[in-house]
Design a protein around this ligand. Sequence first.
Ligand SMILES: C[S@@+](CC[C@H](N)C(=O)[O-])C[C@H]1O[C@@H](n2cnc3c(N)ncnc32)[C@H](O)[C@@H]1O
Length: 256
Amino acid sequence: MDKHKLIKKIIEKKIYSRLPLIDVKLAFKKNNNNNYTDEEKVKKTRELLGKIYSAFSGQRLMTRRKLSVEEVLKRHRSTRERLPYYSEIYKRVFNNIHFKSIVDLGAGVNGFTYALMPNGINYIGVEGVGQFVDLTNDYFKEEKIKGKVHHFSLFELDRVKRLVKKQPEPRIALLFKVIDGLEILQRNYSKELINEIISVVSINDKIVVSFATKSFEKRRSFHAQRNWLVNFIKERFMIIDDFELGGERYLVFGKG
Ligand SMILES: C[S@@+](CC[C@H](N)C(=O)[O-])C[C@H]1O[C@@H](n2cnc3c(N)ncnc32)[C@H](O)[C@@H]1O
């Protein structure tokens, strides 16, 4: 089967149907191996996408019954693991600075923690899973929250930059637990993304990058400390805070 037909087949299955095409193509490229049968290419690409896009959390969030905020946060792995620590994390990250906007890149369902964010802040998210986008936007509408999540890929660099630039200053951009997924699809892309975001923000804006330091399922620390990322940020930008809470490390930095 040709490449286009295989890609069409991959996204035929409902949970993969609303992922950005650019990411599906990148995942397919990784598995377009001549040693694989067409079925294997489809299966392996879906597995890879499932891993990056928390597609299975997505399924657990797609119930007919309306879920409470707490239920939503508990059904997505990243927010569930962070739940006991959110107030402390936000306190440190926002650090009493009067940010006017948050740009949450690879937002997942993090918008559901809006009540814990600084009062009245303008929340903008970017998320590749259409189901998470709708869920959050419906919640924002119902609660009359000043926020919106956009459905596109973080690989669409110009769109990301334009969106960040449009937000009122001072802004804070969050990249919570998204680096690994980006790196799987395109090595070193996260450095490019951070560099490009920094190029459009002002001196008062901040960026927060987080990554897991502990595997909750296996209850042990990872050996990989993402030194390449920490060093890259330390060498180029000004670190404002660097802390670990609940098995996740947070680096807060700015243009310097
Ligand atoms: C591990 S989850 C973290 C979610 C959220 N940032 C949090 O920490 O609660 C990674 C999220 O990034 C999204 N994501 C991964 N790669 C993406 C991409 N290229 N474009 C847009 N969203 C992406 C996934 O769909 C998923 O919701």
